[in-house]
Design a protein. Structure first.
Length: 501
């Protein structure tokens, strides 16, 4: 959907300011007047006039007598849960205002704690085993999502009231796919800013592509027309090259249509192509490996050829212990302005991309073909998901359901749009096409359950197998799957045991 009006409204309610390389945000509690509402009712509304605040939650009028609502998180995730910034400037101030609204409405006090150097799920497991209740909700990394359930330390989210999974602030498809035998151990939604930061997309150099006959308008239109496919992506990425140093070799410093480090930036492809690592069985009681489809093998062959054999593309490769260096090397090439298309998360928008000497935009990972209905992607594996410790008293079930629903809703209405606008230097507010493309990317996020099972598989980590094949220039994924079949099935059986009655 096109949400240009989202931040247009916040200009009145939050006073978003674009300054230098970042967009700042302020907010007050002003609401539209009755006259304004009547005008909107009588005029035919345009899609660009959609206002997220017009979407109401279905929560009851209830208060909780000043109770504490405590999160326990990793240190790096605290910022998205609480803030003391009441300056009215920036994303942290929007988070402060979100919490203030929820606290006032339901009479609670929202806090968040962490333990330096210790992962949150380990802290929760330790306290839960002793029976001590230290938090209502724990925030932990997606890849560690099944650790608390494996020790029977999590409650089932489906046992909590007032959670409306059909609302846009939840990812219904992912929650449905993660529900096995009527149990949903972990959830995520717009409360998790890290799920936006870590979302994979394709950054592109608006200035460079002009030298090769493309414009940002053309690429955006391909996306909006549903024609941004794997074949089109390969066509565009392989059409740009210049041997800058004149040595007759493709090497860093040359101009490339596409460049990436093949250690992890190829992770989103399986999801982007509409495939799954694992699929829930029809009876909802189990999962099976579904990575090895004919379409997956066809796409793998195309992508391996594109990454390793096409002039105009460059793959930075290193052993796992050097992966951090290759990521930095690949990112530096894009920042230097010599790369047309570059797979990345949104996180560099706040760091490395703030001082670019060229204009850039974001595109979704392409679809497999035009028959695929939606663009799809995943966040990187360290984004936040939420669980409820088994120590939560039954009398607090209602409070947790109400407050989590409210925080997710308020985040969708104000925090997410503010994040997009800061990431894109105000263009989410100002440019309707940019807003529509970003919405397509974010609406296509899948929080794949498969990444949570990876930690239980010793060598054959199914969610990473596809990108390993690209890294190693090896199209024989069938042999890799067959070789690890017994270990993969054993890991599945272990994980399914967490869902038994």
């Amino acid at each position: 959907m096109n949400l240009k009006k989202v931040l247009a409204f916040l200009l009145a309610a939050q006073m978003l300011l674009v300054s230098g390389v970042a967009c700042s945000d302020t907010e007050d509690e002003t609401t539209p007047s009755e006259t304004e509402n009547k005008i909107e009712e009588t005029e035919a509304p345009e899609e660009t006039e959609f206002d997220r605040r017009s979407v109401a939650d279905s929560l009851p009028e209830i208060t909780f007598g000043g109770k504490d609502f405590r999160f326990y998180a990793n240190e790096g995730e605290i910022f998205q849960l609480v803030s003391d910034d009441d300056t009215g400037v920036g994303l942290e101030s929007v988070i402060y205002d979100r919490n203030a609204r929820v606290q006032e409405r339901f009479d609670v006090k929202i806090t968040a704690e962490y333990q330096l150097g210790v992962e949150s799920q380990d802290v929760i497991n330790s306290y839960a085993q002793s029976g001590e209740h230290i938090a209502e909700v724990f925030d932990h990394w997606h890849r560690m999502g099944l650790t608390p359930p494996c020790y029977a330390m999590s409650l089932n989210w489906l046992d909590l009231p007032h959670l409306d999974w059909d609302k846009p602030w939840w990812n219904k498809k992912s929650n449905d796919d993660s529900t096995i035998n009527g149990k949903l151990w972990t959830v995520t939604g717009d409360l998790a800013v890290t799920a936006m930061q870590d979302t994979w997309a394709i950054a592109f150099n608006m200035d460079l592509i002009k030298d090769y006959g493309y414009t940002s308008e053309q690429l955006y239109q391909l996306v909006l027309d549903g024609e941004w496919t794997l074949d089109k992506f390969i066509e565009v990425g392989s059409s740009m090259y210049k041997d800058v140093n004149g040595n007759g070799q493709e090497d860093p410093g040359d101009v490339f249509g596409y460049l990436c480090d093949v250690g992890d930036r190829t992770m989103p492809w399986v999801t982007a192509l509409g495939e799954k690592f694992f699929t829930k069985t029809e009876d909802g009681m189990g999962v099976e490996v579904t990575l090895g489809t004919e379409k997956t093998y066809q796409a793998l062959e195309k992508l391996i050829n594109f990454h390793h054999n096409v002039v105009g593309t460059y793959s930075v490769k290193a052993e796992p212990e050097e992966a951090r260096n290759t990521r930095a090397e690949a990112l530096a090439e894009f920042v230097n302005g010599t790369v047309g298309l570059f797979p990345t998360t949104f996180n560099p928008c706040f760091v490395e991309f703030t001082d670019l000497t060229f204009s850039y935009g974001m595109l979704p990972f392409p679809k497999y073909d035009t028959a695929q209905e939606t663009y799809m992607t995943v966040p990187e594996y360290d984004f936040s998901i939420y669980g409820v410790p088994v120590t939560l008293p039954f009398e607090d079930y209602e409070m947790v359901g109400v407050i989590m629903e409210a925080l997710m809703a308020e985040s969708w209405k104000t925090v997410s749009p503010a994040y997009y606008d800061e990431a894109l230097k105000g263009r989410y507010t100002a440019d309707a096409t940019t807003a529509e493309v970003i919405d397509l990317i974010m609406d296509g996020r899948v929080y794949d359950w498969g990444y949570q099972i990876a930690q239980f598989i010793d060598t054959y980590k199914v969610p990473y197998l596809f990108c390993y094949q690209i890294r190693d220039n090896d199209i024989d994924m069938a042999s890799s799957l067959a070789e690890g079949e017994s270990k993969i099935q054993a890991a599945i059986d272990v994980c399914l045991s967490f869902y038994e009655d």
